[in-house]
Design a protein around this ligand. Sequence first.
Ligand code: PRP
Ligand code: 7HP
Length: 178
Amino acid sequence: MDNNIKYVMYGAEEIERKVKEIARQISHDYQGKEVLLVCVLKGSIIFTADLLRYISVPVKMDTIAVSSYGNATESSGVVRLLKDLDEAIKDVHVLIVEDIIDSGLTLEYLINMLKQRQPASVKVCALLDKRERRKNNIIADYTGFIIPNEFVIGYGMDYNEDYRQLPYIGVLKPEVYQ
Ligand code: PRP
Ligand code: 7HP
């Protein structure tokens, strides 16, 4: 294992079990409907790709990119749209897919923006929830794991663009970024 990793928080098999469980809930809740997964680039790519394959109702996907991080580990609080959705979402059931919710500012911005486009519904699915860091009252409709306030990497999540390819979710040693 990489020397900069303090410990493995969730292994690949545990993640897979959780993703399947979330996909089952989504497939149950959206019975008779089509759902659009909105992958929030770049961290959610792997989670979205895995989730998509386990959902049994009709599903489409689109991508959106925002920037909020001032430095590598602290949100600046100012969210900026970098890439919009490719398609309109009027009357569409939108499910925003996030790898992690931290301050909640990214999601607050995205939910407000997407709701203005008259979708049929907007819900949120997040693999990880660092709830104690929240600066608003955003809660996902589907949550994988509630995690403590540690900086995590892997399964799509990065530190300075590294570690996204790890098959597990690990905790970065604080001395790496402090
Ligand atoms: C991460 C994560 C969320 C956001 C959560 O993205 O994927 O989108 O931060 O933080 P918040 O709740 O404090 O707003 P990041 O900005 O690191 O970009 P990336 O997905 O491209 O790595
Ligand atoms: C964003 C983010 N990206 C990777 N790991 C974390 O712990 C994070 N919190 N917020």
